[in-house]
Design a protein around this ligand. Structure first.
Ligand code: CP3
Length: 345
């Protein structure tokens, strides 16, 4: 079997064993990363293609992973649209001037994402030239809803009240904002593919804040616009969200050749809902990484058993690693996934 195990699984082709990669596989749980962070800020790491390459490759050098994800952040396109932000220590992202009124929405612009984000494309080219051909390179962007929520709330929110207030009481501004975000995201992902991304993941991390009706009315058309416009590129597209058990069918209608699911729904049930003509990614609870090894092994096997040996399963977490994740547990999970033989071949 030739080619990347990860890309084969995305296309639902036969694989010698289940491929595995992890969201947030580069980051603070790794000593190598923490060391670089003593010298550079998160943004400095992202904007310097040599450093971003180094960080992208840190988990690849240490673990037997099947894919690398470019080191960047979903918020990087914001300044190009006229929205400045910072990563405040211990607090997460902070948007300097939230986009929470019609006037602020009118100031947003598509800008020139191909120019403004050139450091990401440079990093993709560098990483690709250093990666073995069996290891796939994943590009990514935030989905319009999740990015809009940061812009409107000014940071992470528990209840997304300002976001929903705009949706429900100023739908003209909401739709204008989503149109701009869809256009930027589309151009950003296309340029990542041109620079060497062999698959792209759209992160709609906080979409589970919505019910099915609102998803369909306020979000689906924009995510669909992005996936539809990537169809010509012929790379696999991964659609990620958390808390999506109530509208996975709608999410898969929006698009993506791989649907990523979290641990709140059993993998087999999720796969049945989206249809086995899609590949599926997931869905270990990242908190399981913190538990005892026996429970962890059982949870990993449950995920693999629910995938049932069907082609098209990519093992991942249901959301990203916590910074406290113990390295030996990461190694163990990769070994269990690659060594799993509970299926007919
Ligand atoms: O390894 C990888 O997965 C690639 C790198 C990556 C980062 N952010 C690096 C990062 C990816 C794919 C992201 C996506 C991202 N960023 C998402 C979607 C995925 C998810 O987790 O839901 C979101 C919502 C963000 C926004 C964001 N960036 C937040 C909320 C934070 C602060 C919270 C935190 O974990 O500290 C960031 C900062 C960030 N992005 C860090 C990393 C490694 C931590 C920065 C640091 O202090 O070193």
């Amino acid at each position: 079997m030739s080619g990347s195990r990860f890309l084969r699984a995305c296309r639902r082709e036969e694989v010698d064993c289940t491929p595995v990669w992890f969201m947030r596989q580069a980051g603070r749980y790794m000593e190598e990363y923490r060391k670089l962070r003593e010298e550079y800020s998160m943004i400095e790491l992202c904007k310097n293609p040599e450093l971003a390459t180094q960080v992208t490759l840190q988990p690849i050098r240490r673990f037997d992973l099947d894919a690398a994800i470019i080191f960047a952040d979903i918020l990087l396109p914001l300044p190009g649209m006229g929205v400045d932000f910072e990563f405040a220590v211990g607090e997460g992202p902070r948007i300097h001037r939230p986009v929470d009124t019609a006037e602020e929405v009118n100031r947003l612009h598509v800008g020139d994402p191909e120019e403004a984000l050139s450091f990401v494309f440079d990093a993709l080219r560098m990483v690709r030239s250093e990666l073995d051909s069996e290891i796939a390179l994943i590009g990514f962007a935030g989905a319009p809803f999740t990015i809009a929520s940061y812009m409107i709330e000014g940071g992470y929110s528990r209840n997304f009240l300002k976001t929903k207030a705009m949706m429900y009481s100023n739908s003209g501004s909401w739709h204008r904002m989503m149109e701009i975000l869809a256009e930027v995201t589309c151009r950003y992902l296309k340029a990542q593919i041109e620079a060497g991304a062999q698959a792209v993941q759209l992160f709609d991390s906080w979409i589970g804040a919505l019910g099915a009706d609102d998803y369909q009315k306020y979000v689906l058309p924009y995510s669909k616009f992005i996936f539809d416009s990537l169809k010509g590129s012929s790379v696999p597209t991964i659609h990620f969200g958390t808390g999506t058990a109530g509208f996975l069918d709608l999410m898969s209608q929006a698009g993506g050749t791989v649907q990523s699911v979290d641990w709140r729904i059993p993998l087999d049930q999720a796969w049945e809902t989206v249809g086995t003509d899609l590949a599926i990614q997931g869905n270990l609870d990242p908190a399981a990484m913190m538990g005892g090894v026996e429970e962890l092994e059982e949870k990993v096997h449950t995920v693999l058993e629910k995938a049932g040996g069907r082609p098209g399963h990519i093992f991942n977490l249901g959301h990203g690693f916590f910074p406290q994740t113990p390295i030996p547990n990461v190694e163990a999970v990769i070994n269990w996934v690659h060594g799993f033989r509970g299926r007919e071949r």
